[in-house]
Every structure is written in structure tokens, then in C-alpha cells.
Design a protein around this ligand. Structure first.
Ligand code: XMP
Length: 319
């Protein structure tokens, strides 16, 4: 019988049988899949699990603190937070091509993850939040004793010498099932039902060159947009919503002073499968509230635009 409780019970038994008393490492991103794996493995094997959370400086506002609060403080999961913002940002200097950015971010992720992993002793297993659609997507790819980390991170693989055995407790599940299991394991509704967030994070939402100044502005604008969507009960009526940083200056007037500041674009879409998407027809009054808040609260922004492009041809992300 498919009930979340049964699936959890089953998965716990399977994991225990597979890993015995060996140690397991998990890359925790804060996304739904890796969070559910963390909660599940923590319940199954407790302290045998160590998570590595890589803060690449391209996360949403307060995200690192939230991940640490939820898993380390509340649940007592062992989580190592690797603060690698400087490393990521310095590698990204001068990189403007979207695919090049993805590669830099992916490679740097592996390097940081690898550094943390090597510090740990006797780890035999690598856990991953692979779900059934990922399995189908990468059908034909090598499985088993592998050096793969989820395609989510857009990386080719871990270094050859890190030959872990894989633990993938969500391999047979669809996203909606993973969410139900997350709830069953006590994860909060808001985290389990959040919009997807790309592996390269804000790196592909800052057009052209990524700079810390831009990332800080974008994080605040994005936070306002999401906060207002939740407040207006519109968050779950959109499939994905976020802000984009446009590195162009536009004139604005505040009081008597002219400002020559950056532009923020808002993007919200409705979609079932993310292959096609319609721009979300958010109410004008709502957009007005968000725009006013962003311009008034963030001094580096003088103008807000709303993206009315559907996919195809426009992709959901701007890069
Ligand atoms: P596009 O922009 O291709 O996005 O219409 C479709 C979905 O994929 C997400 N996306 C990514 N996710 N790494 C990811 O993990 C990436 O490089 C990446 N690019 C796009 C995007 O957020 C949307 O949900």
C-alpha cells in the first residue's frame, strides 16, 4: 500500500541494510530532494550521516542560515557548512557567457565538496537525492559504483579517486511523492513545496558578470518579491518566480535627487513540466506593491520591469 509512512519505513529498512554501520556523506543543497534525503537518512542512521552544505555566495537571502537552523540546530543532523563565497566569486570574475558560468560554478562546487569530503575519515557511501525523473533523464549513463553527483549541480563528476558507493533512497519516486515523504518526515510545508531553484543559483540571474554587489541587491529584490507573493497568497499559483539583475543603469528621481541605478526584472511563470511555460498574469496592484517596495527599500535600484515572455521561445531563466 502506497502511503508516505510505509514508504518511509521501507526506505529506512533498505538504507540500514545497505550501509550497515558505515559512514555516509550527503551534499545538502537546501532544495527539496537533498533535504528529504537528509531527513530520511538522519532517521535511518543518525550520526553515521554527515552533510556538506556549500555556500557559494549565490544563494537566496538567509538561505544558508535557514538550512543550518533547520537541519543542524532543530534536527541535530551533522552539517558542515563550507563558506566558499569568495572562492566562487573570484573564479567568476570576468566570466560572462552563461554556459561558462555554469561550468565554473559546477567545477568549483566539486572542488569545495571534495575538500570537505577528504577531511572526513572512512566515508564509504555518498548519498544523493536522485529521483525517478533524473534516472530516466540520465538513462544509459553509468550507475552503480560511481563518481556522479546529481545533474542538478551541472557537474561532470567527482574526481576519480572518490569512488563512493551510492545511496539513493528516492530513486524510484516522483517529485510529488518525495514531497509527501518530506512532510511525513517532519519537514515544513513551505520548504517541501518551494519553487525550484537552479544549481548555479543567482549566478545565472545576474546577467553577464557576477559581482557581489549585484548578488546582494538581487537577493534583497528576490526576497521582497517572494515575500509579497506569499503574503498575497499567489506563491502557489505560480510554478516559479524570481528576480533577475540587469546590469544596466537607468535614471530615477528620488525627492530632488536624480539617481542613476540598476534595473531589476521580475519573472513568474505557470507551468506543469517546465518545458513550456506561460508568464504568470499577476494582478497589476500586486506588481505595483512589489515594484514600490523594491525601489523604495533598495537604494541601488531605480526601475523594475515585469517579464511577459512565454516559453518557448523565452526560457524560464534569463541565461
Ligand atoms: P529554462 O531556463 O531552461 O529552465 O526554461 C527550466 C527549469 O530548469 C531550471 N534551470 C536549471 N536548473 N541548473 C539547474 O539545476 C541549471 O543550470 C538550470 N538552468 C535552468 C530553471 O530554474 C527552470 O526551473
Amino acid at each position: 500500500l502506497w502511503t508516505p509512512a510505509n514508504i518511509v519505513e521501507d526506505a529506512i529498512a533498505t538504507v540500514r541494510a545497505q550501509v550497515g554501520d558505515a559512514k555516509v556523506l550527503l551534499g545538502l543543497s537546501g532544495g527539496v530532494d537533498s533535504s528529504v534525503v537528509a531527513a530520511l537518512l538522519h532517521r535511518a542512521i543518525g550520526d553515521q550521516l554527515t552533510c556538506v552544505f556549500v555556500d557559494n555566495g549565490l544563494l537566496r537571502l538567509h538561505e544558508g542560515e535557514q538550512v543550518m537552523a533547520m537541519f543542524a540546530e532543530n534536527m541535530g543532523v551533522k552539517v558542515i557548512r563550507a563558506n566558499a563565497e569568495e572562492k566562487f566569486l573570484s573564479r567568476l570574475l570576468g566570466v560572462t557567457d552563461p554556459e561558462a558560468k555554469r561550468k565554473v560554478i559546477g567545477r568549483t562546487f566539486i572542488e569545495v565538496f571534495d575538500e570537505e569530503a577528504t577531511k572526513l575519515q572512512d566515508v564509504r557511501f555518498l548519498a544523493q537525492g536522485t529521483i525517478y525523473p533524473d534516472v530516466i533523464e540520465s538513462a544509459g549513463a553509468k550507475t552503480g559504483k560511481a563518481h556522479v553527483i546529481k545533474s542538478h549541480h551541472n557537474v561532470g563528476g567527482l574526481p576519480e579517486d572518490m569512488a563512493f558507493e551510492l545511496v539513493e533512497p528516492l530513486r524510484e519516486l516522483f517529485k510529488d511523492e518525495v514531497r509527501k515523504i518530506g512532510l511525513e518526515l517532519g519537514l515544513p510545508y513551505d520548504m517541501v513545496y518551494r519553487h525550484p531553484f537552479p544549481g548555479p543559483g543567482l549566478g545565472v540571474r545576474i546577467l553577464a558578470e557576477v559581482r557581489k554587489e549585484y548578488a546582494d541587491i538581487l537577493r534583497r529584490a528576490d526576497h521582497i518579491f517572494i515575500e509579497e507573493l506569499r503574503k498575497a497568497d499567489l506563491y502557489h499559483k505560480t510554478s516559479q518566480a524570481f528576480a533577475v539583475f540587469l546590469p544596466v543603469r537607468s535614471v530615477g528621481v528620488v525627492g530632488d535627487a536624480r539617481r542613476y541605478e540598476w534595473v531589476i526584472a521580475l519573472r513568474a511563470v505557470e507551468t506543469i513540466d517546465f518545458m513550456t511555460a506561460r508568464w504568470a498574469h499577476l494582478p497589476y496592484e500586486f506588481l505595483e506593491t512589489v515594484s514600490n517596495r523594491i525601489i523604495n527599500e533598495i537604494s541601488g535600484v531605480s526601475r523594475v520591469t515585469y517579464d511577459i515572455s512565454s516559453k518557448p521561445p523565452a526560457t524560464i531563466e534569463w541565461e
